[in-house]
Design a protein around this ligand. Sequence first.
Ligand code: COA
Length: 680
Amino acid sequence: MNPVTYAVEDDLAIVTIDHPPVNAMSLSVRDGLAQAIEAATADGMHQGIVRCNGRTFVAGGDISEFGHPPQEPHLPDVYQHLEDSPITWLAAMHGTVLGGGFELAMACDFRIATANTRFGLPEVTLGLVPGAGGTQRLPRLLGKDIKGMELAIDLCCSGRMISASELLETGGLDAIVSESLDNEAKAFFESPTAENAPVAVSKRSMASVPADFFSTQKEKVLKAARGATAPLDNLEAIEWATRTDFAQGQPLERQRHLTLRNSDQSVALRHAFFAQRSVAKPAAIKDATAHSFHTIAIVGGGLMGSGIATSCLLAGLGVRMIEVNPDTGLQNIDKLLQGAVKRGKLDNDSYQSVLSRFTCSDDYRIAAECDIAIEAVFEDLSVKQQVFAKLAQHMGDDAIIATNTSYLNPLDIAQSIDNPARIVGLHFFSPAHVMKLLEIVRTPNTSADVLATSFALAKKLKKTGVLAGICDGFIGNRMLAAYRRQADYLLADGAYPEQIDSAMRSYGMPMGPYELQDLTGLQIGYANRKRLAPARDPSERYIPIADQLCELERFGQRSGAGWYLYEEGSRKPVTDPKVNDLINRYSELQGITRKSFDDSDIQQRMIAILANEGERILEEKIAERALDIDMVKIHGYGFPRWRGGPMHAASQAGDSSIKEALHRVTTQSPGSWTLAKKYL
Ligand code: COA
């Protein structure tokens, strides 16, 4: 079926795009649109409307085509054809008008939209510049003054969306419609505004900018980019728009778009885009049905429990918190909700209604009507077992009972529970009202419906749920433990914390492993290492420097010292010669001749270890797919999205390169690593 239809109604050419799910500009749509423009022109039409069926106006080019050579008709040509046609076109928009959709709207003469429509050029988030005139038309559409130019730069370089009212204010939209979009689109042609079609966007002039304008913008863009290169490509493309006319600038933009399609960053970001959508559809929940849920019981009102509760409340759910000190629970929630007000996530008026969905008590009976319970008490098996037993006693037989444990085995916690199919791990990351990752930990007994409900909960909380199996640390913390262990081997053999941190930052991580430990605190890792000590393979190297820091009460930022020193009230890590002495002393005692590692050697070893641990996780079926691991690392640990996650980065580097780095790693620390079959 042709996804584009052309009809004539009331002397208007009506072009309708109907290409579910999001009306992406696939080859068939480009083809259909070109034919519709042709037909309307041949019919001698003067005015026409471009509209879409379904949930949205065109949401962009078809990303799944970007890995293949472009096929005619090319999008910029179709839009040029539209702009040059003798017909006055009106774009009638709803939903999300993104990328190729926004470019289509800018090639039209008039633009109207429903009030909740949002607009953006998200190509930058896919490592691209727009390919059909976006960077050349947007500054011409908005850039009457410097503020408009800055907005155009912001939209292209950040990929953020703006509302219809913001676009209207800047002159990018002609009207916001409140009733029927189709009727108002037709009526628009009767309005005085429609009497004279404005100059085509591509021919408009824009404000002249001061000489240092682009260098100042470059600094800003570079700072926000954190290693991603497409924001600068977008800025450069906008600069072309200010220096050349559209006929020269547009082919430059197109060429850059096509070149970037093959760049490592764009391939990685497209992988992340599709992984983000596949992660919520593991095979384990195929054909499963999620239960409905409205009220969540949360046991524990500390940092974690109140973070989870806040996340549930902000998502519109009811929360019953069970906490030995109900006042503390209430105070913690109040603090976090006030924070949400300050950050603009919640307005003052909604504050009371959100709070009215919250109850806190030390009595488990308040859990009776809840659909799901999440325990978030401290990591002690017997305490958690008691919590589970009490929840099971008071809740309905089908209610889901979840543990937020980071390291304990959910099967041990749930030993005494009948109907083990309803037990699941819901591992939130701290602060739980902010962090996007939720590991959904299945036991061998968890039912598919309970897993599907957990994914539905993750979606409701606007989090990325990732399915994991049971092992120490599940996916994320197990990967982290391997990563830290390798960092410690580098430390023992010649590197210092600041060098490892700096190398990993320049790889794209927001923080290096030692700064991160200082930020989160060294205590949990210390307790875990003690817990795991009896089971540790004696042939594995064990570097006790972190333990020594803890013994010196250097627990990280909050105690003023850890791997680094912190001045009172400051979060800035300062190198501490005492720590380097401690490291040197350790090497000396072990008879290690310290050697130097360059940054790329450090990065390769660290990534190879992540890839190896990830492959082992796949072999053991702890994760279903490599993309699950990538999503855990991107959403829970700040792994740069533009690298696609460690598994994608490893596949881009190639097996032989990872094997070679693993050879260095295993020679460095014999007996300390188990290699995945793939890398033997
Ligand atoms: N090209 C190809 N497929 C696309 C697409 C695009 N531009 N945009 C969305 N899809 C697909 C998704 O992969 C998903 O497929 P699936 O159901 O097989 O997993 C489906 O359309 C629905 O998208 P989803 O993101 O799950 O729906 P949503 O309602 O949550 O969000 C959008 C809709 C449009 C906001 C979102 O899909 C989006 O941001 N798309 C990308 C827009 C973009 O980057 N455009 C510029 C491209 S250069």
